[in-house]
Write a protein that binds this ligand. Structure first.
Ligand code: GDD
Ligand code: MN
Length: 363
């Protein structure tokens, strides 16, 4: 049996056409189609529900209070019964015609994963803008160098269309981190070169209705995943994101100080407090958009959050001096190492305290 998992969010105008095309194609197989919809405001679930009356092999999971592409795919796959599990987008961009190729390939070559690739010579890429195409190329390169070398011949690590053999993938699927967009990349990363992966070309069509959900926060998530992979998956993703935002704050502070001193002719001592507060505010706002996206604060909570963040960030200033001095005195007389030790501890404090006090998140 084949299980086809389709994640949807606001695809009311696309999903039924796709379901019709699909059922026509796989009619000769034993199959189930599982649509995983995050309670789309446009009524995607209702439409699918109506259509299910005509085809009992279509199932619908409407999720309330849970969201995200990887998490939807994971939930659908865990629910699925088939020996082969196929994932494809619900907007019709993955033209279903090559599904049979994928199934044939996975059976014939005993692959564990078959990827529908947008970037093989024989693939047809109609639906990617120049900008997206370039972004995909860079992301693919990063993915290739960060993954096991057994996977280095692949061409599309971020495809949203892939077919899995259930048994060999089961234990990895359970472990997939759900806060992301790149399910396939995660799967390849977790399996550490141990799966047999092949590709077939696909046609990536233009989206007919609605909009892509890929945004800057998703790109950021992907970069964090790459670094997470390089740290052997030891550092928590949020901690990496928090650290990178912290580094950006250093530049903001340096920039603001020199702007105030050089252009507005402030005295350095007067400029510094402004620069520090602006840098901390910028850290707070960026963390709110990316690191703590799922707990994002808005309106008055945003203001209160900022105040809490400034308090959290100001406490370790004293600790920083204390720790650095103690480290210098008792552990190492190297000023550089002593300062790094101070910074590392302050970073850990800021991360832990902000997680639980500002965004109230268990780490
Ligand atoms: N349930 C659920 N929850 N579904 C979602 C969510 C979500 O939060 N976000 C997106 N989807 C669904 C969309 O409704 C669509 O069916 C599919 O996932 C792909 O989303 P798009 O927003 O259309 O992605 P894209 O076309 O920009 O991106 C394509 O390329 C990426 C790699 O560059 C897709 O193929 C992605 O899967 C792929 O990773
Ligand atoms: Mn799409």
């Amino acid at each position: 049996m084949i299980s086809i998992v389709i994640p949807t969010y606001n695809e009311v105008e696309n999903i039924i056409t796709l379901l019709k095309n699909l059922t026509f194609l796989v009619n000769d197989f034993q199959y189930e189609i599982i649509v995983v919809d995050d309670d789309s405001p446009d009524g995607t679930s209702d439409e699918v529900n109506k259509y299910m009356k005509f085809n009992k092999r279509i199932k619908l999971i409407t999720r309330i209070g849970r969201s995200g592409l990887s998490s939807a795919i994971k939930e659908g796959l865990i629910f699925a019964q088939g020996k082969y599990l196929l994932v494809l987008d619900g907007d019709g961009q993955h033209h279903p015609s090559f599904i049979l190729d994928m199934l044939q390939e996975i059976k014939k070559n005993r692959s564990d994963i078959v990827i529908g690739s947008r970037f093989l010579n024989t693939s047809k890429l109609e639906g990617l803008s120049k900008k997206r195409s370039l972004g995909s190329k860079i992301a693919n390169k990063l993915a290739r160098i960060s993954l096991h070398r057994n996977y280095s011949k692949l061409t599309d690590y971020l495809s949203g269309c892939f077919c899995l053999e259930r048994e060999s993938n089961k234990k990895f699927i359970r472990k997939i981190e759900i806060n992301g967009f790149k399910f396939l990349y995660e799967l390849l990363s977790l399996s550490k070169g141990n799966l047999m992966v092949n590709e077939v070309p696909l046609i990536f069509k233009e989206r007919k209705f609605g909009n892509s959900k890929l945004d800057i926060a998703i790109v950021w998530d992907f970069l964090i995943s790459i670094i997470h992979n390089f740290t052997l998956r030891l550092l928590p993703r949020r901690a990496i994101s928090f650290g990178l935002v912290g580094i950006s704050g250093v530049f903001v502070q340096l920039f603001i100080t020199s702007f105030l001193v050089e252009i507005l002719l402030f005295n350095f001592y007067n400029a510094l407090p402004f620069a520090v507060i602006i840098a901390a505010t910028s850290n707070f706002l960026i963390n709110n958009q990316v690191t703590f996206r799922s707990e994002r604060l808005k309106n008055s909570a945003l203001l209160i959050g900022l105040l809490k963040f400034l308090i959290v960030a100001s406490l370790p200033v004293i600790a920083n001096v204390g720790i650095t001095t103690a480290f210098y005195k008792y552990i190492s007389a190297d000023t550089f190492i002593a300062q790094i030790a101070g910074i590392a501890i302050v970073y850990a404090w800021n991360y832990l305290a902000s997680s639980s006090f500002v965004w109230r998140k268990t780490i």
